[in-house]
Design a protein around this ligand. Structure first.
Ligand SMILES: Nc1ncnc2c1ncn2[C@@H]1O[C@H](COP(=O)(O)OP(=O)(O)O)[C@@H](O)[C@H]1O
Ligand SMILES: [Mg+2]
Length: 273
């Protein structure tokens, strides 16, 4: 059974100052089976974050028949017990130790002190940061801080983890290493991960399934399974073939999004009803 089911969802933002409406998502349908590692891939501005926010219950969508079901129930608002959300620039609290940062969300869930500690240490161990448990964020490299942020979202042990370009601020090498760690944790603890990226390599390296967006207004243009065995290697013939297939499609969409002249952009603005 699909744990996440998005059917016919559209999103129109209303710009208060100009009184115009901008259609950002157009009739998007996508579903994720349990334990999926689903990648949402697409050019900048196509509505990836908007869709993730809609799934998270943080953003509303147009009232035109679309629906979003999570575990079979309509999403009516944020549900932190069910879904953890990792943003692009995860912020660690500078005055809390690494351990206390990972424990943070668990405190809010009312989990006992001993269990909090045990769980936080379990995830820090999985990413090799156990010995930094009592360090402060300023003592960490960017990659280490990112790993702590991953621990913080996974330690919540929600069935679903939503990640919005979580490694975008890292260099290529760190991204690959941290991606490896994320996949390794995912294989051990089994969660449903929905991971937004604009990087083809990241999509093919990490994803079980990849949904490719069109340029704005975003639609799902292509949805493919990624059969490459794990652990994966970047640059093998099969890997490159998959990247090529996606690039052929993504290129057209990226061109559409960067070539769109301001005058032309007006056309996709709809008058406010
Ligand atoms: N709160 C908002 N109000 C108005 N427009 C928005 C808002 N959030 C996003 N948009 C517009 O919706 C489009 C898609 O944004 P977003 O979902 O952030 O795309 P992506 O994550 O794929 O880069 C963009 O053109 C953006 O300007
Ligand atoms: Mg985004």
């Amino acid at each position: 059974m699909a744990i996440i089911e998005v059917t016919g969802v559209s999103k129109t933002y209303h710009d208060q100052s100009s009184g115009r409406a901008v259609r950002t998502l157009d009739n998007v349908s996508i579903s994720a089976p349990e334990n999926d590692f689903l990648i949402l891939l697409g050019p900048s501005g196509c509505g990836k974050s908007t869709l993730l926010n809609i799934i998270a219950g943080l953003t509303s969508f147009d009232d035109d028949g679309g629906r979003v079901l999570v575990q079979g129930k309509p999403v009516t608002g944020p549900n932190p017990k069910l879904m953890a959300y990792m943003f692009q620039d995860p912020v660690l609290y500078p005055w809390r130790t690494v351990l206390k940062n990972v424990e943070f969300g668990l405190e809010a869930q009312g989990i006992s002190k001993d269990e909090r500690r045990e769980r936080a240490l379990k995830y820090l161990r999985l990413v090799g940061l156990e010995e930094f448990a009592h360090a402060y964020p300023r003592q960490l490299s960017g990659g280490m801080a990112q790993r702590v942020a991953i621990c913080r979202s996974l330690a919540l042990e929600t069935d679903i983890v939503l990640m919005d370009e979580p490694f975008a601020a890292l260099d290529e090498q760190s991204r690959i290493l941290i991606g490896d760690e994320l996949v390794s944790i995912w294989r051990q603890v089994r969660r449903t991960i929905v991971f937004v990226t604009h990087s083809l390599t990241e999509a093919v390296y990490l994803g079980q399934r990849i949904a490719l967006f069109s340029a704005r207004p975003g639609r799902i243009k292509l949805e493919i399974a990624n059969p490459l065995p794990r652990p994966r290697s970047i640059g093998t013939a099969e890997f490159n073939q998959m990247v090529d297939t996606l690039w052929t499609q993504l290129k057209a969409e990226s061109l559409a999004s960067i070539k769109r002249e301001p005058a032309e952009q007006e056309k996709i603005l709809l008058p406010k009803e």
